[in-house]
Write a protein that binds this ligand. Structure first.
Ligand SMILES: Nc1nc2c(c(=O)[nH]1)N[C@H]1C(S)=C(S)[C@@H](COP(=O)(O)O)O[C@H]1N2
Ligand SMILES: [Mo]
Length: 196
């Protein structure tokens, strides 16, 4: 799906910044990541524990529902599937919600996604990125430092929670922040699933 422009989108070279609320300021002392919901035992891990998981590098196209698409950004991050090794996830858990900061509330933002679509190297909790021919850069605070989810290109970018703080495992699909406000549950840009 690399470099394919979905209907109603235009290409941009810059990486625009879009979110609701304040920019979270990272503090390693108070930061944590929680895995909960349909798991045998919920678990909260530290920044060090998360960052010691295996990492992957992937080039992922981004498609924002506000109609910009950015091709070919390379990210380094922790694949979502590596986080599944930290807990015993129920076989019934088909959906997840990825939570993140919103105005100081660590669980104020969320986005729902189907788990089966997120097991590849194109579903990453990223901490650095690079443009072709340039050096690596940390993900900036505005883009979600210290840990920001980038979804596969088959989802609009609002599914990419910034300042990520946790994953809830669910048996049924359940609306997140933008989905509650009328945006699509499935959000496939190639099918132009913007609203519901
Ligand atoms: N925590 C949090 N994550 C968020 C948002 C937000 O408001 N809060 N906005 C989403 C939306 S609507 C978009 S389009 C993308 C934008 O990411 P960018 O600013 O890095 O381009 O972040 C998503 N992740
Ligand atoms: Mo958005």
């Amino acid at each position: 799906m690399v470099n394919e422009l979905p209907p109603g989108q235009f290409e941009t070279d810059s990486w625009p910044i879009l979110h609701q609320g304040d920019i979270y300021k990272f503090d390693e002392e108070t930061w944590s990541f929680k895995l909960f919901g349909e798991v045998k035992e919920e678990r909260t891990v530290t920044y060090q524990q998360i960052m010691s998981l295996p990492k992957a590098i992937s080039t992922i196209d981004m498609h924002c529902v506000t109609t910009w698409s950015k091709f070919g950004t390379t990210f380094e991050g922790i694949p979502l599937r590596e986080l599944l090794t930290l807990v015993d996830v129920s076989k019934e858990a088909k959906y997840i919600k990825i939570y993140g900061y919103y105005n100081g509330d660590p669980y104020g933002y969320s986005a729902n996604l189907p788990l089966d679509d997120l097991l590849g190297n194109d579903a990453l909790f990223v901490f650095r990125w690079k443009e072709e021919g340039q050096d690596w850069r940390d993900i900036s605070p505005k883009h979600g430092y210290p840990l920001r989810f980038i979804p596969p290109a088959s989802f609009y970018l609002w599914k990419g929670t910034k300042w990520a703080t946790g994953i809830e495992f669910m048996t049924e699909d359940s609306a997140g922040f933008w989905e509650e406000l009328g945006y699509s549950m499935t959000a496939n840009p190639f099918k132009e699933e913007r609203y519901r």
